[in-house]
Design a binder for this molecule. Structure first.
Ligand code: ATP
Ligand code: MG
Length: 585
């Protein structure tokens, strides 16, 4: 890749943040005003994600701007301008029409991060069918389960993935009528199509039909960290939140080069890897390859990425490689760094400053919320270890569910409670697919209950404590694993840690830590003693780990979250439960 020229001046990169004054932004923000920043379909025909993300730019001043810069895993690259994206997504929508697909049908993608994934996603949205991305590394069982749950009618995939994963399953998928293959179809038949040939023959003009903002648009499966993944349904109105949070939380400006490293198989990779940057009209980088430290630094440098949205697991991996490696690259254009998916250890925030001259900005949200809800902002002080403050337009609270099912709101600073949100923001999920009872259980006393525990400090910053299921009860204390993991990471020998509660006849549970060491460190008895002492000294005897195990790696979901329930099941010799999203599955 050629060495990219350094921008004219650094001042050129210092944009005025969209959100400058938090209190004022909260006071003045309204979802109606955010909606008014979008175009809406011509003639007042409603609101469609693909129109806002693509078509309005494709026929406006951004038509020649690069919408997506795709970097292939073998060194090739392809730029897709907004007008091209407009045409190819129209072709895809026309293909769906030709196949007799109707609004509301589910279109699945089982693809790596190749251009057709993005074309299929946006083409599906134009067509008003429902897009459901699957992570391409899934094994046959999670694929079967998700296709069956959502009754997928069309699947877009590659010849290799078809042969390996779909052909053996198809007989169990009575709803799956068409497979669109990117490349030479490996089998013949009326239901298997060569997608590129179909796209070529289809018209590049497509008029998006009237779209109700409440029409279903996306079906996203959760990460499966706490159990069987749930299919969360989102509607076209979600784009209002995608665009607003792209601006307010990620501070996207027209000139930005944005890179969201998440795979669209997870909600982050769709909301912020596809929709938000395009809705904001920026150029987005897509890397087909998997994480590799030098490759990532190379992309940040060569593509002059200015806003980078990534995840704690990747940041921790970069930290393991060391600050010196980061310093070998010219990363001056990088002006805003954000992280999501898991709690971001304070150590990692601070490391951002060391390695990039800027902190990472943690933000919090879920598949169910469709977009960022709580964030650290470009213009505001970052409190390392805190997820930040609620977005304008988002009413967050901490609550306790009482024995009679009612809710007590927690108002005291630093008291812990379940994080709850007042429904009403546009990207809120509208159901779990085919599981109305499970959906209904998420709401109480006018709140959506997130299942996460947090506390709020006196200045209104939220601090993640843990998932309700992961919290450890020991000798009358409630301990969030994150606090213990973060502390352990401050020890110079520790790269990563996962903490669980292990049943104990006296204390109810004791804190047990699984620790991955930095390269070159040896997990011997001396280090064990040192770490146990370090924990006791810094956390106090009640909270400190009583047991430590050195491990090579931690079990994680494919989206990079530590699977504490699996650490626990393995520790206790219990069934492993749903492991469909386990990294090595
Ligand atoms: P499942 O619901 O199937 O168990 P999951 O909750 O991991 O899986 P996602 O919707 O992908 O599925 O993840 C959202 C969850 O990730 C949040 O509820 C929270 O527990 C965690 N999370 C996301 N961002 C942060 C953050 N910045 N700090 C702490 N936790 C976070
Ligand atoms: Mg969840």
């Amino acid at each position: 890749m050629p060495f990219a020229p350094i921008p004219k001046s650094l001042a050129d990169l210092r944009r005025v943040p969209h959100l400058g004054n938090y209190e004022e932004a909260r006071r003045t923000f309204s979802w109606e005003a955010a909606r008014a920043e979008l175009d809406g379909l011509p003639g007042g025909q409603g609101l469609n994600i693909a129109h806002e993300a693509v078509d309005r730019h494709a026929c406006g001043p951004r038509r020649n701007k690069i919408a997506l810069r795709w970097l292939g895993k073998n060194g090739e690259s392809r730029d897709i301008r907004y007008d091209e994206l407009g045409e190819s997504t129209s072709r895809f929508a026309n293909v769906l029409d030709q196949l007799g697909i109707v609004a509301g049908d589910r279109i699945y993608a089982l693809l790596g991060r190749i251009p057709e994934l993005y074309i299929a996603a946006l083409g599906t949205l134009k067509h008003r069918s429902v897009f459901c991305p699957l992570f391409s590394a899934f094994g046959p069982e999670p694929i079967r389960a998700r296709l069956q749950i959502g009754q997928g009618r069309v699947l877009v995939t590659t010849p290799e993935l078809y042969t390996k994963k779909i052909a053996p399953l198809w007989a169990q998928l009575p709803d799956l009528e068409h497979v669109l293959v990117v490349g030479q179809p490996p089998a013949a038949g009326p239901a298997i199509h060569d997608l590129r040939a179909l796209l070529e023959r289809a018209s590049s003009k497509y008029r998006i039909p009237p779209t109700d903002p409440d029409d279903q648009a996306l079906l996203h499966f959760t990460s499966g960290t706490t159990g069987t993944p749930k299919g969360a349904i989102h509607v076209h109105a979600a784009v209002i939140a995608h665009q607003a949070t792209g601006k307010l939380a990620l501070d996207l400006h027209d000139e930005d080069i944005f890179w969201c490293t998440a795979d669209p198989g997870w909600v982050t990779g769709t909301s912020y890897g596809i929709i938000a940057p395009l809705a904001c009209g920026v150029t987005s980088i897509i890397d087909e390859a998997d994480f590799e430290a030098r490759r990532w630094y190379g992309i940040l440098q060569d593509e002059r990425v200015s806003v980078w949205y990534t995840a704690p697991t990747a940041i921790r991996s970069l930290m393991r490689v060391g600050t010196e490696t980061a310093r070998e690259y010219d990363l001056r254009p990088l002006r805003f760094l954000a992280s999501v998916g898991e709690p971001l250890n304070p150590e990692a925030v601070v490391w951002g400053r060391e390695a990039f001259g800027r902190p990472f900005h943690d933000n919090w949200w879920q598949t169910e919320t469709g977009g960022i809800m709580i964030a650290n902002y470009a213009a505001l002080e970052v409190r390392p270890g805190s997820m930040g403050r609620p977005l304008p337009g988002i009413e967050a609270a901490l609550v306790e569910t009482l024995a009679d099912g009612t809710i007590r709101e927690i108002t005291c600073p630093d008291e812990q409670g379940e994080l709850a949100l007042r429904p009403g923001w546009p990207s809120m999920f509208r159901g779990y697919w085919n599981e109305p009872a499970r959906y209904a259980k998420c709401f109480a006393s006018g709140y959506y209950l997130t299942g996460d525990l947090a506390r709020r400090d006196a200045d209104g910053y939220y601090w993640f404590v843990g998932r309700k299921d992961d919290v450890i009860k020991t000798s009358g204390h409630l301990i969030g694993p994150f606090e213990v993991e973060s502390l352990l990471m401050e020890h110079p020998a520790v790269a990563e840690a996962g903490v669980i509660g292990k049943p104990d006849p006296v204390a109810l549970e004791i804190v047990k830590a699984f620790v991955v060491l930095k390269p070159g460190r040896i997990g011997d008895a001396a280090l064990m003693r040192d770490l146990l002492g370090f924990g006791r000294q810094r956390l106090g005897a009640a909270v400190a780990p009583k047991e430590i195990a050195f491990v090579e790696s931690l079990p994680k979901t494919r989206s990079g979250k530590i699977l504490r329930r699996l650490l626990k099941a393995r520790e206790l010799g219990l069934p492993e439960g749903d492991v469909s999203t386990l990294e090595s599955a």
